[in-house]
Design a protein around this ligand. Structure first.
Ligand SMILES: [Zn+2]
Length: 313
């Protein structure tokens, strides 16, 4: 199925000076010092344990998840601290399995003023699921997260950005299950995931079941290529200048970029699993500098939750 995506004009309709998260939370951009337009970008976190990552699926069975020591609170506490220090708010896509076992973490995130959204239940990639199993997975996660957080869950992010052109029927299922936005379509070409040719800015997707707002992970256009610059391993392994250039470009165009990170990326003391060298680089590479880089990013750019998007008001 081909999904027609229509880009939507989302420049700020009014210029104003603001000083707090509450004031700019619904504005896609604002004027700084009456001269420079600065966008309010989206800060997102995929809340999962280090042993949930898809790169470990060949050595960590979901049946054994309960046997691994939980470390998620280390990264979450640090994220909440840094976001508060920089007066930033974000969207936390929480794994349903984790919310069921650690509801106090979900409540702490919500109590700090952040949005709770869904990372599905089982962390199975959408490419591995049929339509009905995907529906069960996202429905269960949404219900659990809403029960725990006491607020509607509007958004979804697929494990490993695994909604591709081959399975974008999943977008229809999201609308049918009451989700209003998605942040899974990474507009790059990569083995295993990526939505090459997809919109690079926040946009509406018109579907048979309705319309869905898409907040794609940030990329940087370099010639004819889209360089992934949204966070995760790209944030830890690429020069910081790549991420900075991407978000400055969003600022320049008065568009909103979407950044992402995982709690385990701020936990240098997580248990080390025995994995092939390429997985080791992808998961552990640059983990000791992620904290410093994150502080730099939060100091240079403004961030809010995706639910604050004017399109969703
Ligand atoms: Zn994940």
């Amino acid at each position: 199925m081909k999904v027609p995506a229509t880009a939507r004009e989302n420049r700020c309709s009014s210029s104003r000076s603001v000083s707090s998260a509450q004031q700019w939370c619904c504005a896609p951009a604002y004027w700084l010092h009456h001269s420079l337009v600065v966008s309010v970008h989206y800060f997102t976190v995929d809340v999962e344990e280090y042993f949930h990552v898809s790169a470990f699926e060949s050595i960590v069975s979901p049946n054994d998840w309960d046997r691994y020591p939980s470390r998620v609170s280390v990264g979450v506490e640090r994220l909440l601290e840094l976001l508060a220090r920089h007066d930033a708010r974000g969207t936390f896509f929480v794994l349903g399995w984790l919310a069921n076992r650690r509801p106090e973490i979900v409540r702490a995130i919500a109590a700090a003023g952040h949005e709770i959204a869904s990372h599905g239940w089982s962390h199975q990639r959408v490419t591995q699921l049929c339509r009905s199993r995907f529906r069960t997975d996202i429905r269960r996660a949404k219900q659990t997260l809403e029960d725990v957080a006491g607020a509607p869950v509007l958004g979804y992010r697929a494990p490993s950005f695994s909604i591709t052109h081959a399975n974008d029927w999943a977008l229809d299922v999201l609308v049918e299950e009451g989700y209003r936005y998605d942040s899974s379509l990474f507009p790059i070409t990569r083995s295993g995931y990526g939505y090459a040719g997809g919109g690079t800015d926040v946009h509406w997707i018109n579907l048979p079941s309705g319309r869905l707002l898409e907040a794609p992970p940030a990329t940087l256009g370099v010639g004819n290529f889209r360089v992934p610059a949204a966070g995760g391993a790209y944030f830890r392994l690429f020069p910081f200048a790549v991420v900075r250039a991407a978000f400055r470009d969003y600022d320049r165009r008065a568009q909103r970029g979407t950044f992402y990170l995982h709690p385990w990326e701020l936990d240098a003391h997580q248990p080390r699993l025995s994995v092939p060298w390429w997985t080791r680089i992808r998961h552990y590479g640059g983990i000791t500098r992620a904290d410093t880089r994150l502080q730099k990013l939060l100091g240079e750019f403004r961030f809010a939750p995706i639910s604050s998007s004017p399109e969703l008001q």
